[in-house]
Design a protein around this ligand. Structure first.
Ligand SMILES: Nc1ncnc2c1ncn2[C@@H]1O[C@H](COP(=O)(O)OP(=O)(O)OP(=O)(O)O)[C@@H](O)[C@H]1O
Ligand SMILES: [Mg+2]
Length: 807
């Protein structure tokens, strides 16, 4: 065949008269091009998504019926990541870390073309056009987030395809120099790889809506797109996967097929027999399952630098081969194939490019995946997608608006070292970009770096300087049932410890005493604190006992609580006032590691910190606020305090706040009714880090957190994908908002890493710098500079810094 050299654009123009701009072909066929987003997100581990989209596409074919051509184009282009400009120091580092990273983009167009009968003259018919527009309307209705292209966009798309350039704003058309094997465009080459070799049809005997990965034990059964290898083709700039379906007249096609069958059956040799069998299978599908017969055509257009093209093509061919597809060996009609990739120009496909099958089978070859995109919201938190490109999601407002979640509270679970605190740091850093107050209760100094960076308040509990709060100091207006309940709980904990029980009589007596105490003090005035309350109780309780003749261990009460009274060991805790600046401070860390093992102080102090938070919430009603409780939640997860936790969660929601509980202890959460009923049931967002260590108990965890089989599958892909190349250190996290979750990466710049790290040597090395310099950023800059200059590995540099420290 001679090689064509003249390139005529196959369009007569654009008709802008109707609702949608129509692209008119040279023979009068008209097309509408629709942009859509493939609904299956790559690596979403959700097999049903492929099936749903598959049926949606079949539906589109059915809506259209015969006389139409459907062309789906998935354009996978490679570009360099460019972050949004940032003004904040750590965010700048984050952007710099990702800037220029190679990233993939999938753009999808669906072109619907109304055919004109072959050989016939084009006749303008207003009715046909009206029907066409109606059909388009229906298609747009069934396809989520789809949009018809206007003239400007159509022009741009045609230019982009002609230049195979989907990146830059300015498109430069190079000369097209076609040869028998490829088309040259300046320094680049473009090749068409046709999936169907018409002389000898080599396709897998059975196809499905997607395929499953089976190479790695942990990933067995993981669903991916049938052509997911298109994401991995080495060295390409752009791939256009052109998928075309033509819907022929069913009756005529069936008749032809039956005639063909007869012809083959007449000559009973094996080859003819095979043909007959194939046709029988097809006819069977059509008859039994009411399937449509369609002609289809699939072509992969690959564009790369001339010296890289062969490798890319080999990769595509090998990958197809592994799927049981032997692509056409003699695609000498390169220019012809290239032209048919232009939207609406499927009409130029020749008889030998088409392949007859059922619509169901044809749609199996359609590409169904897209890559995650930033959510549309103005409250966004950045993670990375699974290829390592920043992607922003809204964990709060958008899912609340759409009803995906009903509360902003979150629960973070993962074994020790899995990256919970690191993830939380990254979350906090994102939160701080909004007008957010942060209160953290920690045991183990995981947030010291971040606190210093924000110049927040770092409050460490020590015997000399305990955390204090005078919970009795309230105004008459502040006195209500909830406050009274809180004080009751507080006294119960101080008296019995978190694990103790408070009998109904005891609770009633204490509640009575509290009422009487405030009754008297609000009337007569006087100092409100634990000391005066204790003195008041010592008088009041014997009176109540005598009057009501009830059992109440007054001596025990008096003795146990004495240590919080004037002169007692813990006298300061409930008498000295809270530092008032806590109410206006944006970033506070309470570090209570030193009392972690203390049966009474640990819960008591946790309780008063939470109350400080509640007060602060009321005080700062104009902004978001977050309470993060690391292991300290354990101290309060007892039946005695269950009511209080529920109250806290409820109040947090009302005051534009959220509570985040972070834990590693399975033993603590499994079988603890308080955790389930108050914490987990009120946390609509769950973050799970690598759960491999919990695998043996997973049924229990799954039932506790209501994780179904699909979600479980996603969870066990955490840190299992082959996606570490060209990336910094990162860990993955599964984030479930409402019923379904997705897996994201937590990857940050070196500066952020050094701020977040919980590794002791790394922390002290960083601290030695940040203490020495005027500001935290200056210290970090100096650290990174010295580290880079040293030419050492990070761990070697850190040991050196620490050694120098000691000497
Ligand atoms: N996303 C990440 N990227 C890079 N390094 C990470 C990441 N997550 C964790 N690490 C590394 O692992 C270390 C431990 O992580 P982290 O302190 O967050 O664990 P944890 O789950 O909070 O453990 P624990 O339950 O003991 O507190 C970090 O100091 C850091 O060095
Ligand atoms: Mg931690």
């Amino acid at each position: 065949m001679g090689v064509k050299t003249l390139f005529n654009i196959p369009y007569a123009g654009v008709d802008k008269d109707g609702e949608y701009d129509l692209l008119i072909g040279l023979n009068g066929e008209c097309s509408v091009v629709i942009e859509l987003v493939n609904p299956v997100i790559r690596y979403s581990a959700y097999p049903a998504g492929y099936e749903e989209f598959h049926h949606l596409l079949i539906n589109v074919v059915k809506i259209l019926g015969d006389g139409y051509l459907l062309q789906k184009q998935d354009i996978i282009s490679r570009s360099r990541y460019k972050g949004q400009p940032a003004s904040e120091y750590l965010q700048k580092q984050y952007n710099a870390h990702f800037d220029g990273r190679e990233c993939l983009k999938v753009t999808t167009y669906l072109t619907i073309t109304r055919r004109v009968k072959k050989g016939a003259f084009y006749v303008y018919d207003a009715r046909v056009l009206r029907d066409f527009r109606q059909a388009i309307g229906k298609v747009l209705d069934v396809l989520p987030s789809s949009k018809a292209l206007n003239e400007g966009w159509l022009n741009q798309l045609v230019l982009q395809l002609l230049s195979m350039d989907f990146g830059g704003a300015n498109i430069v058309l190079d000369n097209l120099a076609p040869s028998e094997t490829e088309i040259r465009m300046g320094e680049r080459s473009v090749r068409s790889i046709s999936l169907v070799n018409i002389d000898n049809i080599d396709l897998p005997p059975e196809v499905s809506t997607h395929i499953e990965l089976n190479d790695k034990e942990s990933m067995r059964g993981f669903p991916v797109d049938f052509l997911s290898f298109l994401f991995k083709v080495p060295g390409v700039d752009v791939i256009v996967y052109n998928q075309v379906i033509e819907i022929p007249n069913q009756v005529a096609t069936l008749r032809k097929l039956e005639q063909k069958r007869k012809r083959h059956a007449g000559i009973p040799d094996p080859a003819n027999q095979l043909c007959v069998e194939d046709i029988d299978l097809l006819l069977n599908d059509v008859a039994r399952e009411n399937q449509l017969l369609v002609n289809c055509h699939f072509n992969i257009l690959v564009a790369a630098q001339a010296n890289a093209i062969q490798k890319a093509v080999n990769f595509v061919e090998n990958s197809l081969f592994q799927l049981g597809i032997i692509p056409s060996k003699n695609a000498y009609n390169q220019l012809e194939l290239f032209r048919t990739v232009l939207p609406g120009n499927g009409v130029e496909l020749k008889e030998y490019d088409w392949f007859l099958t059922t619509c169901d089978a044809a749609v199996c070859f359609f590409f169904k995946e897209s890559l995650p995109k930033d959510e549309l919201s103005d409250f966004l938190i950045r993670f990375t997608d699974r290829q390592g490109i920043p992607v922003a999601i809204d964990p709060s407002d958008l899912p609340m608006r759409t009803g995906r979640i009903n509360s902003r509270n979150r629960f973070i679970l993962g074994p020790s070292g899995s990256g919970k605190s690191f993830l939380t740091c990254s979350l906090i850093e994102n939160y701080m970009l909004y007008n957010m107050d942060m209160v953290i209760v920690d045991t183990g100094h995981s947030y010291s770096g971040l606190c210093k960076y924000y110049q927040g308040k770092y409050i460490t509990y020590t015997d000399k300087k305990p955390i204090t709060m005078n919970p009795f100091q309230i105004t008459e207006a502040e006195y209500n049932i909830e406050k009274k309940d809180f004080l009751c709980t507080l006294i119960a904990v101080a008296w019995k410890g978190a694990e103790g029980t408070f009998s109904p009589v005891e609770r009633d007596v204490i509640a009575n005493v509290i009422s009487a105490y405030y009754g008297k003090f609000f009337a007569t005035g006087g100092k409100l604190n634990f000391n005066t309350f204790y003195e008041f109780a010592l008088e009041k309780i014997p009176e109540i006992k005598k009057e009501e003749k009830i059992p109440f261990d007054f001596d025990e009460f008096r003795y146990v609580l004495k240590k919080f009274y004037n002169g007692g060991e813990f006298a300061a805790i409930l008498n000295n006032e809270t530092d008032k600046s806590l109410f206006t401070e944006r970033f506070i860390v309470f570090e209570i590691d030193s009392i972690k093992e203390h049966k009474i102080l640990f819960p008591l102090v946790t309780l008063i910190i939470m109350d400080v938070f509640i007060q602060k919430m009321r005080y700062r009603s104009d902004r978001r606020k977050t309470l993060i409780i690391e292991e300290a939640w354990k101290a309060i997860a007892s039946p005695l305090m269950a009511g209080y936790i529920l109250y806290l969660y409820k109040t947090v929601r009302k005051f534009w706040g959220e509570a985040i509980v972070v834990t590693q202890e399975l033993g603590d959460i499994i079988g603890n009714a308080v955790v389930k009923d108050s914490i987990i049931n009120n946390s609509d967002t769950i973050f799970l880090l690598d759960q491999t260590k919990f695998k043996d108990n997973y049924d229990q965890i799954a039932s506790l957190l209501s994780i179904n089989e699909t979600e479980r599958r996603k969870i066990f892909t955490i840190n299992q994908l082959d996606n570490t190349e060209n990336r910094g250190r990162f860990k993955e996290v599964y984030i479930r908002r409402g019923a379904v979750g997705e897996v994201y990466g937590v990857e940050v710049s070196l500066h952020q890493y050094l701020t977040y790290t919980t590794e002791k040597p790394e922390k002290s090395a960083v601290e030695s710098y940040t203490n020495r310099f005027g500001s935290y950023p200056d210290g970090l800059d100096a650290f990174v500079r010295d580290f880079k200059d040293s030419g050492k590995s990070l761990s070697a540099f850190i040991s050196q810094v620490n050694q120098n420290q000691q000497s």
